[in-house]
Design a protein around this ligand. Structure first.
Ligand code: TYD
Length: 217
């Protein structure tokens, strides 16, 4: 009995930090998600919360491969599988950060692959592309506590990016419109938190902070 009690108190003495929460920021290029993720990290730090700001593609060696693949890969499957490999490594790291008691703020995650590669693989896989991508990612994706989707009209997003008129802009706009559609479908399926990213930045930040700030620590 005594031995049992002392085991209990020893266990209590080494209680690990509470597991952190996992927040993901998604949206098309120019939606402002990276800025909002950074602002949330700064607010967390200012409030003395333990927070890690991270992003995909990562800045690791495999993230470098992703960027190289974007320039050099001739098959959209190569590009896709590089994003997925990058995520497999990243997810292990995210799990460790959370186990160590950090909240993790992640700029792009599996939703980016389902939305963007859902478009690039559609000519090869048809309507099964998004579900195929979900299945491929499933063994090494963590379920976020919340995914924020920054919703903005693709034309406004491109304007923010300072795109010039011309054929390239037209092609990119057409692509982002399709990605936007995939994202909206996903948001419905997976219960993303929709954020109106056309509002002034401070208002966008407030809407996201209202949820992030409640993460217990
Ligand atoms: P982005 O967040 O725009 O990074 P940065 O602004 O720092 O360059 O991401 C780069 C591009 O990668 C973006 O166009 C979306 C694309 N992407 C995918 O197509 N699939 C993915 O799984 C990820 C993570 C990104």
């Amino acid at each position: 009995m005594t031995a049992h009690l002392s085991e209990v108190s020893a266990a209590a003495a080494v209680t690990p930090a509470a597991r952190g929460r996992f927040f993901v920021f998604e949206g098309i290029d120019g939606s402002g998600k990276s800025t909002v993720a950074r602002m949330m990290h700064e607010r967390m730090m200012a409030a003395d919360r333990r927070s890690v700001l991270t992003a995909e593609p990562t800045d690791s060696w495999i993230g470098d491969m992703v960027r190289r693949g974007n320039e050099e890969a001739s098959s959209p499957f190569t590009e896709t599988l590089l994003y997925v490999a990058d995520r497999a490594e990243h997810t292990a790291q995210i799990g460790q950060w959370m186990a160590d008691g950090n909240h993790v703020l992640c700029d792009r995650y599996v939703g980016s692959t389902i939305a963007y590669q859902g478009v690039t693989l559609r000519p090869h896989l048809g309507n099964t592309a998004p579900e195929w991508l979900r299945t491929v990612n499933a063994p090494f994706t963590l379920r976020p506590d919340a995914t924020f989707l920054m919703v903005i009209d693709p034309e406004d997003a491109m304007e923010r990016l300072g795109s010039r008129p011309g054929r390239e802009k037209f092609e990119k706009l057409d692509f982002l419109r399709q990605v936007d559609e995939e994202y909206r479908r996903l948001a419905e399926q997976d219960g993303y938190v929709l954020i109106d990213a056309s509002l002034p930045l401070e208002e966008v930040a407030e809407a996201v902070w209202a949820i992030v700030k409640d993460a217990p620590q």
